[in-house]
Ligand binder design. Structure first.
Ligand code: HEC
Length: 179
């Protein structure tokens, strides 16, 4: 009888021990292996590449449209695009982009942000000469960052023709005046 109790208690102890072991295995945080960390890093890098590229596609779009709107003396629209560039510059800073070891976001904070803010301010003054000057400084900023981040082959300049034939850049008033 006593033996049976001892065996039962021992059995219970073994069961308890395996339960504790199982719970420990289930709840201990997984230590990421080097491979998992590398996969995460690559995933983040390609996500960053895609979002940075998306900012650039838009930067080019907005800087062109800002020139075309200023050309048409449409200051409200010029200001709209200048502010878009300013917003994008902030997003490049906030993105924390490191491209091939170069801190692109830090360059954006140093070069792009003050120039984009100046561009938006110049557009708000509706002063063509002041805007043109701020515009050249901004474009110089695009190229300065491309140079510093290892992409000197990407050269931006003021558009010399209407690059968006599908969009109206003139004000309704000047459209009417032309008709
Ligand atoms: C803070 C740095 C920085 C600034 C400022 C910057 N760029 Fe870029 N740009 C880059 C980098 C880095 C790449 C390469 C991105 C890649 O391919 O991963 C790039 C790529 C590009 C490309 C090639 C991709 C495409 O869509 O054809 C264009 C165009 C471009 N930038 C336009 C501009 C314009 C226009 C401005 C200014 C209004 C500007 N960039 C300002 C860093 C910058």
């Amino acid at each position: 009888m006593q033996r049976a109790i001892i065996i039962a208690v021992l059995g219970l102890l073994v069961a308890l021990l395996s339960l504790i072991t199982a719970m420990f295995a289930a709840f201990t945080p997984a230590i990421p292996t080097a491979q998992i960390r590398e996969e995460e890093r690559q995933g983040r890098a390609s996500y960053d590449e895609a979002t940075l590229l998306n900012h650039m596609v838009n930067m080019q779009r907005y800087i062109e449209k800002a020139a075309l709107s200023a050309e048409a003396e449409n200051w409200e629209l010029t200001q709209f695009y200048a502010e878009k560039i300013d917003e994008r510059a902030t997003r490049v800073i906030d993105g924390g982009y490191i491209v091939d070891g170069i801190d692109v976001s830090a360059i954006a904070a140093e070069i792009a942000d003050p120039r984009a803010t100046a561009l938006a301010e110049a557009a708000a003054t509706r002063d063509r000469a002041r805007f043109d000057e701020a515009y050249d400084v901004m474009v110089d900023g695009c190229n300065a960052c491309h140079g510093r981040s290892g992409y000197p082959l990407i050269q931006i300049r003021r558009p010399d023709a209407a690059a968006y034939p599908s969009q109206v850049f003139e004000t309704p008033a000047s459209q009417r005046a032309r008709q």
